[in-house]
Each structure stands twice: as C-alpha cells, then as structure tokens.
Design a protein around this ligand. Structure first.
Ligand code: NAD
Ligand code: UD1
Length: 338
C-alpha cells in the first residue's frame, strides 16, 4: 500500500514538529508548510536528524491561495493536520484583527481549497481555552463553550465553522482536538518550544529561570480556591499530544463521521507543584515572586479523558517528572533556542 501523504500546516511550530516526527516514524510522507512567523527553518533539519527521513517543506502562508493551490495540485494528499495559527492571548487582545485574519480567514482559505481538491480528512488544533471558566472539572467535551479573548474566539469560530461544514456535507471527516497544556520536548533534546519573546506560558518561563535567562518566576495569584492557592492545569507531554494526532488520523481513516476530543492527562497540577517538580529534575532553585492574578486566568482546568480513551484508544503516558526532564534537556542543549 502507498504511504499516506499528510499535509501539515504550521509544520515548524512546537507541537507540529513533534507530530511530524511521529508521522515520519510511522512511515507517512509529510508535506510541511509554514510562513515561519513564529518558528525557525532549522526545525526541519532537526526533524530529519531525529527520524533520518526527509520532509517536503514549503514556506507558505495559508492565506496565500495561489501558493497553497500549487501544493495541493502537486501532491496526492490524504489528510491535513492544521496547526498553523497565532496563539498569544495578550497580543490577540491588542490586535484582534490580526488573529481573526490569520486564524479564521486563513482556515477559510485552506478549507475552501481542500474542498475544491477533494481532500476531506482534517485534524484541527483547538484548545481547552474554548471552555472559558469551566463550571466543573474534569471538563468534558459536552461542557458549554465560551471565549474570554480574541484568540479563544478565533478557535471557537473555527470549531463552529467546521461543525457547519460537516452538517452541509457529511463526506468530511474532521477531528477537532482540544489540547490542554502542552509542555516538554522530544527526548533527543533536538526539538522543543522556542518562544520568540518573553514566554507567556508557565513551563518555558520556569525553564528560562532555571537556565539563568530570567531572575525569577512571577506567580500569578496565590489565592485561588485550590489546594495551595496557585492555579491548577492539565500539563501534557508534547510527545503524548503528538501521538494523539496519529490516533485521531487512524480513527478518521477507519470510521465515517467527525468528532471533538480533549487531549489531556486528566490530572490537575498546581503552579507550585510544577515549580517543585522542575526544581527536583533540574537541581536548580526557581525563585518565585508572588504577584496578582493574571487577567483572564481560571483557577482550575483539567480534562475529562474518557472520550479520548473510548474513541481513539489513546491516553497520555508521560508523567510530570518526564515532562520537566525533557523540557530541561531541550533548554540546556539550546539555551538560546534554535
Ligand atoms: P507555534 O506558534 O509554535 O506553531 C504555530 C506555527 O504556525 C508556527 O510555526 C507559525 O509560524 C505558523 N503559522 C502561523 N500563522 C501561519 C500562517 N498564516 N500560515 C502559515 N503558517 C503559519 O504554536 P504551537 O504551540 O505549536 O501551536 C500549534 C497550534 O495549536 C496552534 O493553532 C495553537 O493555537 C494550538 N494550541 C496550542 C496550545 C499551546 O499551549 N501551545 C494549546 C492549545 C492549542
Ligand atoms: C494560557 C492561555 C490559553 C492557552 C494556554 C495554552 C491565557 C490567559 N491563557 O492558558 O488561552 O490556551 O495558555 O497555550 O494566557 N503562570 C504563572 N506565571 C507565569 C506563567 C503562568 O504563575 O509566568 C500560571 C498561570 O497563572 C496559570 C498556570 O501558570 O495558573 C499556567 O499558565 P499558562 O502556561 O499560561 O497556561 P494557561 O493559563 O492554561
């Protein structure tokens, strides 16, 4: 049987790079596209170094219809994993149009062309942010959705668009994956998260404190109604998340229909627990300065993982120590990123 051909948008990004490794190791042909707005072309070399397989990379913006058409015409693509998007919550508040243009209009362009070229299998990167402030945890896929910022709204808008498309034409098979908090890196230490500016997210910030690039971690709120007062999240190893995409593709290949599924561990970890784990693994002290809550933050959010287990036969395997150890190896090997 011919190798499956998978188009990966946002291919040089953090989660996509790890997913490309899994796809190549599985024997897929990978066509990667990215405009490099938030990633480095060196990622491609690193992926090839890990897998000893090559990836066809094209520097393309998903909003560029002509360039995208050329790719879709050139390859016989079986399925698309759509990671490309902007993800900085704060920036989305100050520049909402940039987010709607990139994340929503970009996806419209992509979907229109996929429809035109008869490609009907899609995996979409959504986020637990679509649950807003969850009324109860663990949060299940049927929980009400809402958005507290333009980034979250762009994800919700795409999710709704996908539902309408499936309603109009049930030959589409779409997996909407709601990621919880991806952290960690490939255990080669060759690929990992490389924030361009000051990290917004917890784990990369902790790692930069540990390596000495920043003096301390600001703890955003120590008065939440949680066990130790700090915010609780569902951190998931990026390689577990990457494997989740393969499980979603397998499901789409084997069954008709579309689905939405959480990808998390089902376990909540507080900021202070994450700091303690990182200290244990790295042997470094992470100074913590307690500050006010960050606007828009929720106290506690972790996933119900039953649907992922039933539908995909997938569950996260790596624990918090492994997440920290792999993140730390990546940080030590690449102190300034790629
Ligand atoms: P990332 O920024 O590392 O990767 C996104 C990639 O998309 C980047 O390489 C960027 O250059 C590219 N890109 C952006 N706009 C593009 C465009 N118009 N055309 C072509 N390429 C474009 O982010 P990530 O953390 O790997 O996230 C991947 C996806 O998962 C995003 O859609 C993000 O919203 C979603 N997500 C991420 C998280 C997280 O915590 N990292 C959580 C939930 C959902
Ligand atoms: C953030 C985004 C969310 C996005 C998710 C994954 C906001 C408001 N939300 O969520 O939309 O889907 O990342 O990319 O930005 N923390 C600190 N100090 C720091 C950084 C974080 O104390 O320097 C705390 C936070 O208050 C939170 C926890 O660490 O309790 C995790 O934060 P973060 O990694 O930003 O993830 P989310 O808050 O889940």
């Amino acid at each position: 049987m011919a190798e499956p051909v998978i188009l990966v948008t946002g291919a040089t990004g953090y989660i996509a790079a790890h997913t490309c490794v899994c796809l190549l190791e599985r024997g897929c042909k990978v066509i990667g596209i990215d405009n490099l707005s938030n990633s480095s072309p060196r990622v491609i070399e690193r992926i090839q170094q890990i897998t000893r397989r090559s990836i066809d990379f094209h520097r393309i913006d998903i909003r560029n219809q002509t360039a995208l058409t050329a790719v879709l015409k050139h390859y016989r693509i079986d399925a698309v994993i759509h990671f490309a998007g902007l993800k900085a919550v704060g920036e989305s508040v100050s520049e909402p149009l940039k987010y709607f243009d990139n994340n929503v209009c970009g996806t419209v362009t992509l979907l229109r062309l996929l429809q035109q070229y008869g490609i009907r299998k899609l995996v979409f990167s959504s986020s637990a942010t679509v649950y807003g402030e969850p009324a109860a945890v663990p949060v299940g896929e049927a929980a009400p959705t809402s958005a507290t910022n333009p980034y979250g709204r762009s994800k919700l808008m795409v999710e709704q668009m996908l539902q309408d498309i499936v309603r109009a034409d049930n030959s589409w098979r779409i997996a909407t994956l709601r990621y919880f908090n991806p952290v960690g890196a490939h255990d080669s230490g060759l690929i990992g998260e490389d924030p361009r500016d000051i990290p917004n997210n917890l784990m990369p910030y902790i790692a930069q404190v540990a390596i000495g690039r920043r003096p301390y971690l600001q703890l955003f709120g120590d008065d939440y109604p949680t066990e130790d007062g700090s915010g609780v999240r569902d951190y998931i190893h990026v390689m577990d998340l990457a494997r989740g995409h393969l499980a979603a593709l397998d499901r789409l290949s084997a069954h008709d229909g579309s689905f939405t599924v959480n990808l998390g561990t089902g376990r909540g970890v507080s900021v202070l627990q994450a700091v303690a784990a990182f200290e244990r693994v790295s042997g470094k002290v992470i100074p913590v300065q307690r500050t006010a809550r960050r606007a828009g933050d929720v106290a506690t959010c972790y996933a119900s993982v039953h649907r992922a287990s039933e539908l995909l036969g997938w569950h996260a395997e790596h624990d918090l120590e492994k997440m920290c150890a792999d993140h730390w190896r990546w940080q030590c090997n690449n102190p300034e990123g790629y």
